[in-house]
Design a protein around this ligand. Structure first.
Ligand SMILES: NC(=O)c1ccc[n+]([C@@H]2O[C@H](COP(=O)([O-])OP(=O)(O)OC[C@H]3O[C@@H](n4cnc5c(N)ncnc54)[C@H](OP(=O)(O)O)[C@@H]3O)[C@@H](O)[C@H]2O)c1
Length: 315
């Protein structure tokens, strides 16, 4: 298996001025410009979107940036996803829709908003219980043939859901994007707690890490900084978090870096091609992530962080 390049992705969910129906303002443009510049400055060239982020405004503002700097398009990897559909019906819940008609329609909307002719990666945002894998494979075939999408991926899917879709696709799926961080570590907890008396419910992630490595899928880890819970956001940190926060800060000193970089380096050290997606819109906090791709945490430090954040011994 080839060693994957260590890289961070910039998640654009915070761009566009909030989840409302306000029009984009010049402040929203400035915020996006500053965040994207800060990301490029630390070597991030991969940008993650979804059609729903800030009700479409994250893509719209990014499209304005690309229009202002057309030379940027060929220097970046641009990905977006669709499949979560707003629905005004019962309980005001969203529904999922991975039908061919809906996905083809959404890709056209995404390309128009982003002011680009193609996506490098297009992803299915969530598993739809009504999905038909042959229809999805056909959708991918059409999008590739029309030159609108280069590669395809999924998000929030289990090993079996990925395998079910993959069997019908012409191309190897490129990625599964799921939540993964020092505190949300079910993916690796699953590997050590199988066959225990009180085995917790792993929500289907058991074996996913091994599957993605064997099949060359990247894992894109979303919310890797947990909203800053262990790296300075006091509003999110609980009393029990103090011991982990202190350890993260000691390690930041030891490796001559920041708390954010330590948390991301912990995620990157998990075997396979793990790409953390950072979502802060704050240029200073983006810069603080830079060292994550160069730090190599020792085995002892990696375990120490995991066990401390878990709050209990491993078996
Ligand atoms: N596929 C999916 O279902 C899915 C779900 C969620 C997210 N995602 C993707 O993953 C990306 C990252 O997710 P995320 O935004 O949850 O990840 P994150 O990087 O873990 O958290 C970013 C959020 O935490 C805040 N934050 C970070 N450090 C902070 C600190 N020290 N003090 C105060 N606030 C702090 C940021 O606020 P500031 O902006 O003010 O810094 C921002 O709101 C998203 O942009 C999106 O692209 C995908």
């Amino acid at each position: 298996m080839l060693m994957a390049k260590k890289e961070l992705i910039y998640g654009c969910m915070g761009l566009g001025g909030g989840w409302n129906t306000n029009s984009l303002s010049s402040d929203d443009f400035k915020q996006a410009e500053n965040a994207v510049e800060a990301a490029l400055e630390v070597g991030i060239t991969y940008f993650d979107h979804a059609d729903i982020y800030t009700n479409g405004k994250a893509e719209l503002v990014f499209g304005q940036l690309l229009k202002a700097k057309p030379s940027l398009r060929d220097k970046i990897i641009l990905q977006s996803k669709a499949g979560i559909r707003h629905h005004e019906g019962l309980m005001n819940s969203s529904i999922y829709d991975l039908s061919k008609k809906y996905l083809l329609q959404q890709v056209d909307i995404i390309l128009k908003r982003l002011q680009t002719d193609y996506l490098d990666v297009f992803m299915l945002h969530r598993p739809d219980p009504l999905l038909n894998p042959e229809e999805i494979a056909d959708t991918f075939r059409i999008l590739k043939k029309e030159g609108k999408v280069k590669r395809f991926g999924v998000s929030n899917m289990t090993l079996h859901q990925i395998d079910f879709i993959q069997k019908h696709c012409d191309d190897q799926l490129a990625v599964n994007q799921i939540e993964l961080s020092l505190k949300h570590s079910l993916l690796i907890d699953a590997g050590i707690l199988a066959n225990r008396v009180h085995t917790p419910d792993f929500n289907g992630v058991e074996g996913l890490l091994e599957y993605t490595q064997s099949n060359n899928l990247a894992i894109q880890a979303y919310s890797p900084l947990m909203g800053g819970r262990f790296s300075g956001n006091d509003l999110l940190a609980s009393k029990e978090d103090k011991i982990t926060i202190d350890l993260v800060s000691q390690l930041a000193e030891k490796y001559n870096t920041t708390a954010s970089a330590i948390l991301l380096a912990w995620v990157i050290k998990i075997p396979g091609n793990i790409q953390p997606i950072i979502g802060t819109t704050n240029p200073k906090r983006i810069a603080e992530c830079k060292d994550a791709v160069t730090i190599d945490l020792s085995r002892l430090d990696w375990y120490n962080l995991w066990i401390t954040a878990r709050g209990e011994k491993i078996p």
